[in-house]
Design a protein around this ligand. Structure first.
Ligand code: FES
Length: 114
């Protein structure tokens, strides 16, 4: 696709690649049907998002930036989403969910998988 865009815009492929790799909203790998993002902003980090990430990795057997083999769920990190008072925060698809504890993660996962 990048080669196609470069050809159509008559610009070097490296220029298109530079844009794709600079902006985090562009992805070069297929993503899952659902995305769970973990806020790594300071408030969320201090409030326990690392424990949530560990729980998610343990339950799904994938790392941040990876997608489950069935293509259902991608785990990602994100920066502050502006809901620091709700820390720790995750974003499930487009929905911000806060004040989470690792023991609540199975419920969230079940909801996503249904
Ligand atoms: S640091 Fe997570 S929402 Fe602000």
């Amino acid at each position: 696709m990048q080669a196609y865009i470069a050809r159509k815009l008559n610009v070097p492929l490296g220029q298109v690649y530079g844009v794709v790799t600079f902006y985090s909203f562009f992805k070069t790998e297929p993503r899952g049907k659902h995305t769970i993002k973990f806020c790594l902003g300071t408030a969320c980090y201090v409030a326990g998002v690392p424990q949530l990430i560990e729980k998610a990795k343990q339950m799904l057997n994938i790392d941040l930036g990876q997608t489950t083999p069935d293509g259902m769920i991608t785990l990602e990190e994100c920066r502050c989403v502006g809901a620091c008072s709700q820390a720790p925060v995750i974003v499930v698809d487009e929905e911000v969910q806060g004040r989470l504890r690792p023991n609540k993660f199975p419920q969230i996962l079940k909801k996503v998988q249904d």
